[in-house]
Design a protein around this ligand. Sequence first.
Ligand code: SF4
Length: 330
Amino acid sequence: MKTLDMNHAPLLQVTDLHKHYAPPRRWLGKTRAPVQAVNGVSFSIRRGETLALVGESGCGKTTTAKSVMRLVEPTSGSVRLEGTELLSLDAQAMRQRRKDLQIIFQDPYASLSPRMSAGEIVAEPLRSFGVGSKTERRDRVDALFARVGLRPEATAKYPSEFSGGQRQRIGIARALALGPRLIVCDEPVSALDVSVQAQVINLLMDLQEEMGLAYLFVAHDLAVVRHISHRVAVMYLGQIVEMGAREAIFSAPAHPYTEVLLSAAPDPRPGTAREVRLLRGDPPSPANPPSGCRFHTRCPMAEEVCSTHAPPLSTRGSADSERWVACHFR
Ligand code: SF4
């Protein structure tokens, strides 16, 4: 397992991030409420660390990741990369910082231009930032192809000529081209066969160890998260409800929602089968979230206070200062 830089300020510090989408239009004379896709999310990532964002579909994890990169523009909050506030940068300055901040998408086929060869795709960020001469860029692309496990002749092929796993390797090579410090991985293996998933995850872990990369890893597959992450943040309806070290979260989840989420994921350790628990009802709309604790309409432990007072995300004390939980009773 990787070693972490525990001694310095975080590489990425996200504070009170919000992303609200304006309602599309009035409907039958009624004004619709904004959709609160991300509502007050805070976390940090150290150099060389993987923080996984997990939760049900629609919980806001991908919007959070895209807001960090300003691929969607946050409504408010702060995103500091090595101390620089990204949300106050103009377009030109933000473009420059993207050298340090790259993304790997879920669907490697959709994210690669079908009209460019694989070599051109990986060289594109270098060309766009004016890095090196043509020959130096070609050498850099060859080295990146070798590093992600693609043969040199693959540079001349087009995306349609590769398998899904190979296309994701091209996406990884492109993300590495400018030497980033942080890579946002948006469900990077969920579109791949299970056997290929392990190869790509192991490649990401090797690259992290070799280059000291940090990952913000968005995923719904908890087996993958358990394998790759150092820490885990669990999201429900646009908010983080629990965050902590991977093993602490998986072995002793504290928030009732985390307990339900993990009960559906098989524990690989022998003799640790969990009772599968089901949530009642559907997730509420982020345009009209429940009052108080947003989970109270589905929580098996809810009491009266839960519908009126929102529990803050707070640390559990010196015994586990890295564990944060948003629940009145945990
Ligand atoms: Fe459940 Fe109440 Fe805790 Fe929310 S605050 S998770 S509703 S017990």
